[in-house]
Design a protein around this ligand. Structure first.
Ligand code: IMP
Ligand code: MG
Length: 177
């Protein structure tokens, strides 16, 4: 499996994260939001986005089961790690690497909403076009990308490529059409 075309360069991602961080900083003035990163994929977005938010943020993480070895979503979401803290009354911002079918986020947001946060927002570096099976509002979207399987900047294929500083399409999954 080879990495194919670079879809987003490190510079493009940098500029986008600047925008996202600035927007969050503006929107949450006077507040102390809790950033909730979805492991493992979101770890890099979380680290880079958080450094651009000029607010007293706190961090927590959740882990859910992903595709495993496959490159298409199963719709089955399993909670592997829950939050360490209570979120009642908190301003929560979920930080995701990518939204594909939206099934994972739909499940997570329902679960978090039930805990009565003061507000719940979603930031995602990548949103795959045309594939969303669940309608999800992304408050802080990064890039809209075609429905190819991508790796890098936290995203993996079978555990690999997460450390790439850019986002690339996997060659065997290039969209033909
Ligand atoms: P969803 O439930 O279909 O939205 O899938 C969300 C999760 O699947 C993401 O958090 C990723 O971990 C994984 N995923 C979706 N698309 C890709 C991709 O193109 N490359 C790598 N992982 C992906
Ligand atoms: Mg994954």
């Amino acid at each position: 499996m080879k990495v194919g075309k670079v879809l987003l360069t490190a510079q493009e991602i940098d500029a986008k994260l600047d925008e996202m961080g600035a927007a969050i900083t503006t929107d949450y003035q006077g507040k102390s939001p809790l950033l909730v990163g979805i492991l493992k994929g979101a770890f890099m977005v979380m680290a880079d986005l958080a450094r651009r938010i000029d607010l007293p943020v706190e961090f927590d993480f959740m882990a859910v089961s992903s595709y495993g070895a496959a490159t298409e979503t199963s719709g089955v979401v399993r909670l592997l790690k829950d939050l360490d803290q209570q979120i009642e009354g908190r301003h929560v911002i979920i930080v995701e690497d990518i939204i594909d079918s939206g099934l994972t986020l739909n499940y997570l947001m329902r679960s978090l909403r039930a805990r009565r946060p003061a507000s719940l927002a979603l930031a995602a570096l990548l949103v795959k076009e045309g594939l969303q099976r669940v309608d999800i509002e992304v408050n802080y979207p990064g890039f809209r990308i075609p429905p190819d399987f991508v790796v890098g900047f936290g995203l993996d294929y079978e555990g690999h490529y997460r450390n790439l500083p850019y986002v690339a399409v996997l060659e065997e999954h290039l969209h033909s059409g």
